[in-house]
Design a protein around this ligand. Sequence first.
Ligand code: HEC
Ligand code: HEC
Length: 82
Amino acid sequence: MKKRLKFFMIGFWLVFLVSGCAYRHYMGMHGPSIKLYPDIHQQVAHEDSDCLKCHHPDQNPEGTPTTHPDFTGCLKCHNGEV
Ligand code: HEC
Ligand code: HEC
């Protein structure tokens, strides 16, 4: 009985550590959030194509030109809380 508890504890810590690192890495991938400029972004931007209208480097963008127009799912990385 005691031994099983010990294994359980080790497994628990392993999962905790691994997911902890993965989470940090995920955080590290995040770019600046669109919520830094809520007035600009609130209404207009829900899809990648919307974002690129104002951020694609080849289209004389009114926002900061992005270095990565080929990425998909802009909001995965740019919708963080400020
Ligand atoms: C995998 C995560 C990820 C995705 C997906 C992503 N970005 Fe980014 N973005 C970043 C990171 C990290 C930065 C900051 C570092 C940099 O400048 O490359 C950034 C920076 C930016 C900037 C600031 C300009 C700059 O280069 O500093 C803009 C604008 C931008 N992204 C727009 C977009 C658009 C539009 C899309 C969708 C087509 C998009 N991003 C998709 C991670 C991402
Ligand atoms: C109506 C045009 C427009 C649309 C649509 C739009 N943006 Fe923006 N965006 C701007 C402007 C203008 C700024 C402010 C640039 C500045 O003043 O530095 C900005 C700023 C940003 C920044 C911060 C860049 C920096 O220099 O820190 C990011 C990141 C960004 N937008 C991502 C996005 C994403 C992702 C989408 C789609 C969900 C999107 N934007 C849709 C116009 C737009």
